[in-house]
Write a protein that binds this ligand. Structure first.
Ligand SMILES: C[S@@+](CC[C@H](N)C(=O)[O-])C[C@H]1O[C@@H](n2cnc3c(N)ncnc32)[C@H](O)[C@@H]1O
Ligand code: SF4
Length: 349
């Protein structure tokens, strides 16, 4: 069921676009669809996202023109990084067209895509020609039995590898590979992943399994802490920390001391990074979420489908951001666990 909407205040707020904690708005993640061809156990478990699941109807999903218009307004507030995600963004037809439309906006310095890689091999050249800068590809294991259990769609590793290869050849590197680690499911794949991607120029980001949504039945016991992942890898390949390159960088980066490349650790559960969060999310049906764990979104679809001018939309966005106070991960506790939350596939991972 769609989460409740917040009625956004309408009076414009002059001044800097920072929130109540002084955090600017820099990154926008856009979910272009809530659908996916995988059923990852930590994201869209089959029991919830089965054949009867009600995905968003087509007319409720923002068109490419509506997305591009909203993005243009977001850039006036300071957004310079845009990531297309979902659901699986490549199941949305003609995504290259949207990439081209966004590319036309000179304010966007970094235009990226997060994908499960399943459809990437054939699409990488067109995405690159349309102006995509980089891709991040999710891959939770290197062996088919483990990967198949995680994606629950029997999708083979080799096809994702073809996607990675094609993306690199199309110039969509440097490639980042996202691996969610779930206790008892794929922590045995951590070292094989580290070994495989060393010296490849591709950096693996090991992600703590997060309590997004309700369908995945998250328990703290299922989380493999980033410190444990770090200890596992550095016992075989010594690592040293790297300085962050920008504000709001979610991954803590480490480099192999022998020069074999770098890894990232995304420790959103054990070492939350709310203090530096410069990210907003736009759901496929046009709601703005100021936190991955926000209970409700601000309805931008009705605004963009009304006769509101860009200036009025800008004023609304500025006001929402000025009032932002979210820091769910820092406050995570037994009480917050029971709060209503939206699914990652809907809000955009
Ligand atoms: C929601 S997916 C959307 C994009 C694309 N379908 C993919 O899988 O890359 C974006 C990222 O969120 C991650 N993710 C999904 N559910 C998660 C969870 N419960 N905890 C941590 N990461 C999660 C995925 O592994 C993926 O890297
Ligand atoms: S993580 Fe990505 S690929 Fe997996 S179910 Fe969620 S949206 Fe689909």
């Amino acid at each position: 069921m769609a989460p409740p909407m917040i009625q956004s205040p309408s009076a414009p707020t002059p001044g800097l676009t920072t929130d109540t904690r002084g955090r600017p708005l820099r990154d926008l993640r856009i979910s272009v669809t809530d659908r996916c061809n995988f059923r990852c156990v930590y994201c869209m478990p089959r029991e919830t996202f089965g054949p009867d699941h009600a995905f968003l109807p087509r007319d409720e999903i923002l068109s490419f023109d509506e997305i591009a218009r909203l993005v243009r307004v977001f850039t006036r507030l300071g957004v310079t990084k845009v990531r297309l995600t979902g659901g699986e963004p490549l199941v949305r037809r003609d995504l290259e067209t949207l990439v081209g439309m966004l590319r036309a906006d000179p304010a966007i310095a970094d235009l990226t895509l997060t994908t499960n890689g399943s459809l990437l091999a054939a699409r990488a050249p067109a995405l690159a020609s349309a102006g995509l800068n980089r891709v991040t590809i999710s891959l939770d294991a290197l062996d088919d039995p483990t990967f198949g259990r995680m994606n629950d769609a029997r999708f083979p590793v080799a096809r994702v590898m073809e996607g990675i290869q094609a993306a690199e050849e199309a110039g969509l590197g440097p490639i980042k590979v996202n691996m969610v680690v779930k206790r008892g499911w794929n922590e045995s794949a951590v070292l094989p992943m580290a070994r495989h991607f060393r010296w490849s120029g591709r950096s693996v980001r090991f992600i703590e399994y997060m309590d997004v949504g309700h369908s995945n039945g998250w328990r703290l016991d299922d989380v493999v802490p980033a410190s444990e992942i770090l200890a596992m890898i550095s016992a075989e390949f010594p690592l040293e920390p790297m300085a962050p390159t920008e504000r709001g960088e979610v991954a803590r980066r480490y480099r192999y001391t022998d020069g074999g490349g770098e890894i990232g650790l995304i420790a959103s559960v054990t070492q939350p990074f709310c203090g530096d969060c410069v990210r907003a999310r736009l759901s496929a049906d046009g709601r703005l979420f100021t936190c991955l764990f926000a209970v409700a979104g601000h309805d931008l679809r009705s605004l963009v489908r009304s006769d509101a001018s860009d200036g009025e939309i800008e004023a609304r966005l500025r006001r929402v951001w000025n009032l932002r106070d979210d820091r769910y991960s820092e406050l995570r506790s037994a009480e917050t666990l029971d709060l209503p939350k939206v699914e990652m596939s809907y809000i955009g991972g």
